[in-house]
Design a protein around this ligand. Structure first.
Ligand SMILES: Nc1ncnc2c1ncn2[C@@H]1O[C@H](COP(=O)(O)OP(=O)(O)OP(=O)(O)O)[C@@H](O)[C@H]1O
Length: 251
């Protein structure tokens, strides 16, 4: 689904990533883990088109997307969520999801805001579609609440609902469990599995080891900017180099 080949990133004199290669398999949950400063965020910013890597290539479903912008990646079916949730705080929960749907609709945001007759029908369809994704993520009862007033955990679910609404083929999740309590983290694990079971590929960066070991089909471990190991959760848990890297981490 997603192929990374020899990705390197140098910031000034600092090598943040060196020759990192791995594949994210279609229909699987792939976790990227590693001690602080390992290069996880940098790698995610490169994959999602926010940074342009110093060298190396990226292919999405066989298409070269090495220098693709986030917009182009979204058109090709790749979306991401952020560690620091990015929502339209003054809009309602439902409107936040509708924004993504409008960007794909035929009548567009302008026609809808002018309330053109054909766009009213489209608007109704989009409202219903948005509600469907709020139901899927379990926050439909909050549809008319102002997004900026949501508790953090619900905000994260809204961000995921908005990402799903554009019907991506792959979702990148940047620390989806950050800031969640243990009950919310368990619910998130179930939600992520349900997304995978719909056939959507998932790649995530995450610090919560229990969550990663629980939900990931495969795990890639970065350390000091390099790929240290790759395998099933069990293989990673038993890998001595991985254990040593984490014991050396004072996180
Ligand atoms: N914009 C930047 N400019 C300079 N150096 C950077 C930049 N971004 C990251 N780095 C450096 O690259 C290395 C990898 O950082 P990165 O944030 O990707 O690690 P990480 O694995 O995400 O860490 P954490 O788990 O703490 O979030 C670090 O040494 C960091 O200081």
């Amino acid at each position: 689904m997603l192929e990374l080949s020899a990705i390197s990133q140098v910031f000034g004199g600092v090598t943040a990533l060196k020759d990192v290669s791995f594949n994210v398999a279609r229909g699987e949950i792939t976790g990227v883990i590693g001690p602080n400063g390992a290069g996880k965020t940098t790698l995610f910013n490169i994959i999602s088109g926010i940074y342009s890597q110093s060298s190396g290539t990226i292919a999405l479903e066989g298409k070269d997307v090495s220098r693709a912008t986030p917009d182009r990646l979204a058109r090709l079916g790749m979306v991401r969520t952020f560690q620091n949730i990015e929502l339209f705080g003054a809009m309602t929960v439902r409107e936040n999801v509708m924004v993504g749907l409008h960007s794909r609709s035929s009548s567009g945001l302008l026609a809808c805001s002018l309330k053109m007759p054909w766009s009213l029908r489209e608007e109704k369809r989009i409202r219903a579609e948005a509600l469907k994704w709020l139901e899927f993520t379990g926050i439909a009862d909050l549809a008319d609440s102002i997004a900026g007033n949501l508790p953090f955990g619900k905000g994260r679910l809204l961000e995921i609902a908005r990402a799903l609404a554009v019907e991506p083929r792959i979702i990148l999740m940047d620390e989806p469990a950050a800031g969640l309590n243990s009950r919310e983290t368990l619910a998130l694990a179930q939600l992520i599995r349900r997304i995978r079971d719909m056939g959507i590929t998932i790649a995530l960066v995450e610090h919560d080891m229990e969550l990663v070991m629980d939900i990931c089909d495969r795990i890639v471990v970065l350390n000091l900017g390099m790929k240290l190991a790759e395998g099933t959760p069990r293989e990673i848990q038993e890998n001595h180099e991985v254990i040593a890297a984490y014991l050396g981490d004072d996180d």
